[in-house]
Design a protein around this ligand. Structure first.
Ligand code: FAD
Length: 345
């Protein structure tokens, strides 16, 4: 069995280190866990496999007790619950303070979250409060079998390299994972975990922000991560003025609109629509690639789509190697023909 305790500067392991286990941040909104939580628990369970390390989930909020059952079903050993009216409405300063106090008290060795907007905002704050580091947007996680150190990989330098980072001494070791990269935890048939209610032991202070109004906008302009069907557009659309055609088609089939980096860099479409190595990783049922060449940096973000339909005027475009169905033609003619057909039907 590996000794998971922390080596000091000279490399000598100190058993007084009381940090242990892997903990995940159970993000929730509107009374439900967000879709990335099963992925983070999946990543944690995979990491813990064969080590005997327990996996716990941090659940913070007000009147959120009903979410504990779902977390236990996802196979966590303990849910660390802090239920306080001071955490309502959600404010990142209060949440980060509360989470830091809880982690300082319960001392997990590794803390994982998702690279959602909230994860990106909370994790750096908590890491700073705990005087530790943070690896963001990781695409793989492992434990060094010899030393027990957390080893992660993540894109670096704008996605030109995939960096392997070993985190040797810090505790806790904190990382966020890129959405849609890790497999979701399977539900366990007979959950055996427990809920540890820490509400009375953790001081929960109110936010120092004055929240005047909560305005609900479209949370994600592209809404790609949960999309069942995506119509993605590339440089082949020629100019921004042709984009309404893509939106019309997407609306007609209930799809979200994605884009290549080329279309984003040209300023034709908002960066939140970008799919690929430096954009979102998507796994829809159907993916329309319209005027997209099929560069590797794009296809790594969509090659797990169940059905890929490519429209490209170049019969030798690499996207056809990946496509389930290929249409060689001008998308400015093919897409209107699709729309017309849908109208007839
Ligand atoms: P192009 O490669 O120019 O392809 C346009 C296609 O449209 C061509 O195949 C052409 O035949 C076709 N076409 C032209 N006219 C028509 C028409 N009328 N009808 C039909 N088809 C037509 N890219 C991403 O997408 N996502 C990323 O996350 C990403 N990250 C990157 C990270 C790094 C570090 C680097 C270096 C690059 C990255 N890229 C990324 C860029 C990537 O390498 C490609 O340049 C980009 O994906 C190409 O976009 P495109 O297919 O729209 O354009």
């Amino acid at each position: 069995m590996v000794d998971w305790s922390i080596p000091d500067e000279s490399g000598v392991k100190s058993n007084e280190a009381s940090f242990s286990g892997i903990c995940v941040y159970a993000e929730h909104a509107d009374g439900a866990l967000v879709p990335s939580v099963p992925e983070v628990i999946g990543a944690a369970r995979q990491l813990a496999e064969g080590t005997g390390l327990p996996v716990s989930a941090v659940l913070l909020g007000s009147e959120i007790g009903h979410l504990t059952g779902e977390l236990l079903e996802l196979g966590v050993d303990e849910v660390w619950l802090v239920d306080s009216p001071n955490l309502q409405p959600y404010a990142e300063d209060a949440e980060a303070r509360c989470m830091s106090e809880l982690l300082a008290e319960l001392k997990p060795a590794i803390v994982l979250g998702s690279g959602t907007r909230r994860g990106r905002s909370i994790f750096p704050r908590v890491a700073a409060r705990l005087d530790t580091g943070l690896c963001a947007d990781c695409i793989s996680l492992s434990l060094d079998k010899e030393t027990g150190h957390l080893v992660v990989t993540r894109p670096a330098y704008g996605g030109s390299i995939v960096a392997k980072i070993v985190i040797p001494h810090q505790r806790p070791q904190m990382a966020t994972i890129k959405e849609h990269v890790f497999r979701s935890a399977a539900k366990v048939s007979t959950p055996s975990g427990i809920v540890r209610d820490m509400s009375s032991q953790i001081r929960v202070s109110k936010t120092v922000l004055e929240i005047l109004e909560i305005v609900r906008g479209r949370a994600d302009p592209a809404n790609l991560l949960q999309a069942d069907t995506i119509v993605a557009v590339g440089r082949g659309i020629k100019k921004a003025e042709n984009l309404p055609l893509i939106y019309e088609f997407a609306d007609a089939i209930g799809a979200s609109v994605g884009a290549t980096r080329a279309a984003v860099d040209l300023g034709w479409i908002h960066p939140s629509h970008q799919i690929g190595q430096t954009g979102s990783i998507v796994k829809p049922r159907v993916y329309f690639a319209c005027g997209i060449s099929g560069a590797l940096q794009h296809t790594v973000g969509m090659d797990e789509a169940e059905t890929i339909i490519a429209v490209n005027s170049d019969p030798n475009a690499p996207i056809f190697d990946l496509a389930t169905y290929g249409i060689v033609g001008d998308l400015l003619e093919v897409i209107p023909a699709f729309i017309e057909t849908l109208k007839v039907e």
